[in-house]
Design a protein around this ligand. Sequence first.
Ligand code: FAD
Length: 244
Amino acid sequence: MTNHTHEIIDIQQTTCCIVGGGPAGVVLGLLLARQGISVTLLELHQDFDRDFRGDTIHPSVMEIMAQIGLADRLLELPHSKARTLKLSSPNGDIDLTDFSRLKTPYPYITILPQVTFLEFIATEAQQYPNFHLIMGANVQEIIKEDGVVRGVRYRGDGGWHEVRALLTVGADGRFSRMRQLAGFEPIKTSPPMDVMWFRLPRKSEEPNGLSGRVGNGKMVVLLDVAAALAPPTLRFLASSLYDF
Ligand SMILES: Cc1cc2nc3c(=O)[nH]c(=O)nc-3n(C[C@H](O)[C@H](O)[C@H](O)COP(=O)(O)OP(=O)(O)OC[C@H]3O[C@@H](n4cnc5c(N)ncnc54)[C@H](O)[C@@H]3O)c2cc1C
């Protein structure tokens, strides 16, 4: 058994323990809960709001939402739709993307803050009595017995807690502590661009939807999230692209 020196306040038993309440963890939690499997989802933060991270849902993701019967209700949440991406450049306008040409019931980018998406999925999962969501759970240790992972220990409400599970899933993102604790080596890649992402107030005369400007190897993309956020905002995604 893994050595530990902390006093454990309680030990919970589940079938699947998921660490991390991002899109991967929350959707997996819902899918397992729907199958009647006992799931405990542990999320480090007290809410799902990870500004700035993802305000767009792409057509392929909407198709998955449709497959699990949630697309229509997702589209009832405040959102906007971007159907084209037109960039202006020193040599004139470029029609970079026209999503309406896609053969899908969702030929657009749905602009919806990731926090709203995650709250929606988590609320859906919480209808199932076998789904347990614990916010403010900082997983710091895995429990290993005879070389087998049997669960995790986390710091949370009042001290240390233990969750014992048949299956433990690390869905704790890019800098995954679970991956590190389990000794997995990620395959490193190096995307050929740097991105800055920030939010500014939007004036009524400024563009809505998705637009941008390109030139001298750099691109700025303007993503209008006004319909989905208050106060109205305009997010800028500024990329510096190699060989553009
Ligand atoms: C600036 C930016 C913009 C993006 N824009 C988009 C977009 O518009 N559309 C899109 O589809 N994607 C976008 N992405 C990508 C998208 O956000 C990621 O692909 C997605 O969040 C990955 O989901 P995940 O569940 O694997 O991990 P994450 O979303 O990183 O979730 C991991 C979760 O684990 C929790 N966690 C971490 N450590 C612990 C711990 N020790 N114990 C418990 N919990 C822990 C974290 O708090 C977090 O909630 C963007 C990413 C960035 C950085």
